[in-house]
Design a protein around this ligand. Structure first.
Ligand SMILES: [Zn+2]
Length: 138
């Protein structure tokens, strides 16, 4: 079970910070910005947004943008991840992102899905991707 060591105010502060990133998303085609804010196991903060391409299939989600950045800077595990978007309800990561998040998550990883109105819910990776394929299956 995921143990949350954050106060409501800390959660909202992270969501606000993630929501500020939405304007950086490169979404000329869908107009559907998504932002991700990641705190790694070293306590470092990483940021990512979705980046579209005229060749639509090359579009990369915010989650799969922030994770390689964090890895490049030394992350081993995701401690805390906020994903937010302009959706009426808290955003829901796509299946590909759930798999990539899973690779760098454990039972302690906290995933907060939010929207620009600060609505949010809290998940573990096992909630989002139960019985997932991962390194333990190799
Ligand atoms: Zn995705």
């Amino acid at each position: 079970m995921t143990k949350l060591n954050l106060t409501e105010q800390e959660i909202l502060n992270y969501i606000d910070e993630a929501n500020k990133l939405l304007e950086k998303a490169y979404v000329p085609y869908s107009k559907f910005p998504v932002a991700a804010l990641l705190i790694d196991d070293n306590g470092n903060v990483h940021k990512g947004v979705n980046v579209e391409n005229a060749s639509y299939g090359l579009t990369i989600c915010a989650e799969r943008n922030v994770i390689p950045t964090a890895i490049t800077q030394g992350m081993k595990k995701i401690k805390f991840l906020v994903v937010t978007g302009g959706t009426p309800e808290p955003i829901s990561p796509c299946g590909a992102c759930r798999q990539v998040i899973s690779e760098f998550s454990d039972d302690e990883t906290i995933i907060i899905l939010a929207n620009k109105d600060r609505k949010y819910n809290i998940w573990s990776i096992n909630d989002l991707l139960p019985y997932s394929f991962g390194p333990k299956h190799l």
